[in-house]
Design a protein around this ligand. Structure first.
Ligand SMILES: [Zn+2]
Length: 330
């Protein structure tokens, strides 16, 4: 078992000056793609999933299988992370399932639409930190509100940028290991209507906040780049994705120099999977076995995840964890 905590992964990344991609998976096939990409590039990796958003019948079935799958990748340092935990109870379930990291998204109230006050956010985050740390598990919190929707659920359109003063107070009040900061990115497959420039993405906020919370690692959400070739392939096989721009690769690489350590990538690898699966289905009208299109999806996903690992700088960094003592799943 080479499960490591988010704290271990990001401390090493800070030391090495690189970022670690956190890739969303909604089934075991995709998890295999991400873990295989990490093995292929000799990278530490964060595999993350959202409660209630998998293809499997229950979180518990999927999460248990995820922990077992990660254990098969003995040579890969893996963080198993709950993305956007909506409540203390969801984070508690993930910790009990053996995850080594959880995000409590206290920026929204449990209806997932209304904004929480700073005090409400800090209170639920502190509660999760106390519980998770007692189990040797890391915690990511969120400050400001990142717009859009990652799981197709309730959508918050308004982006509330993170505030450096609040970031400092939030970290002091909660003791989070990592902090998601809203800098203008948004979730989902529709981001910007034109290529983002310096006025859309507030890169300056990253370094300002990083200086104020030196021992807490910063996280960029909604940082997929939405490759045009994948959109075209999806649309060529029956999709209807509108033209949209995401975060350019060079901006992601630059963000790791400014203090971003965890880079959330959901859409790009899902687009790669969907494009390959759609093509496979369209080109073979006879086969009804799902395995061929799932396999095509997995291979395409592994390729794009491996590419991202080189961009973020985590490729070749697994060695930093080889001497570290792995954490036991609780
Ligand atoms: Zn997010």
């Amino acid at each position: 078992m080479t499960l490591i905590t988010l704290r271990q992964a990001l401390d090493a990344a800070a030391e090495g000056g690189y970022g670690v991609g956190a890739f969303n998976v909604t089934d075991l096939v995709q998890a295999e793609a991400v873990l295989s990409a990490a093995r292929e590039t000799d990278a530490p990796v964060i595999v993350q999933t959202i409660a209630g958003a998998s293809a499997h019948g229950s979180d518990e079935v999927f999460w248990e299988a995820l922990v077992n799958l990660a254990a098969r990748y003995e040579d890969v340092p893996v963080v198993l992370h709950l993305d956007h935990g909506p409540s203390f109870e969801d984070c508690e379930r993930a910790v009990n399932a053996g995850f080594t990291s959880v995000m409590i998204d206290g920026s929204l109230l449990p209806d997932r639409v209304s904004h929480a006050t700073f005090e409400q956010n800090a209170a639920v985050t502190k509660k999760v930190v106390d519980f998770a740390h007692a189990h040797g598990v890391s915690v990511e919190g969120e400050l400001g509100t990142i717009g859009g929707s990652e799981d197709g659920g309730a959508t918050v359109k308004e982006i509330v940028l993170a505030d450096p003063d609040e970031a400092e107070r939030f970290v002091a009040a909660t003791g989070v290991d990592a902090l998601a900061v809203a800098i203008g990115t948004s979730h989902g497959a529709y981001k910007f209507t034109s290529p983002p420039d310096g006025t859309v993405l507030r890169m300056d906020l990253i370094s300002e906040i990083a200086e104020r919370v030196p021992t807490t690692h910063l996280v960029m959400h909604g940082s997929s780049s939405l490759p045009a070739d994948l959109r075209e392939q999806i649309n060529a096989y029956g999709g209807a994705l509108p033209e949209s721009w995401g975060v350019p690769e060079e901006e992601k690489a630059r963000s790791t120099k400014l203090g971003i350590r965890k880079i959330n990538q959901g859409m790009d690898s899902h687009m790669a999977y969907a494009a390959a699966a759609r093509r496979s289905l369209a080109e073979d009208g006879i086969t009804v076995d799902p395995a061929p299109f799932e396999r095509a999806g997995r291979e395409a996903m592994q390729r794009i995840v491996a590419e991202r690992m080189h961009v973020f700088g985590q490729a070749g960094q697994a060695r930093r964890h080889r001497s570290a003592k792995p954490v036991a799943a609780s």
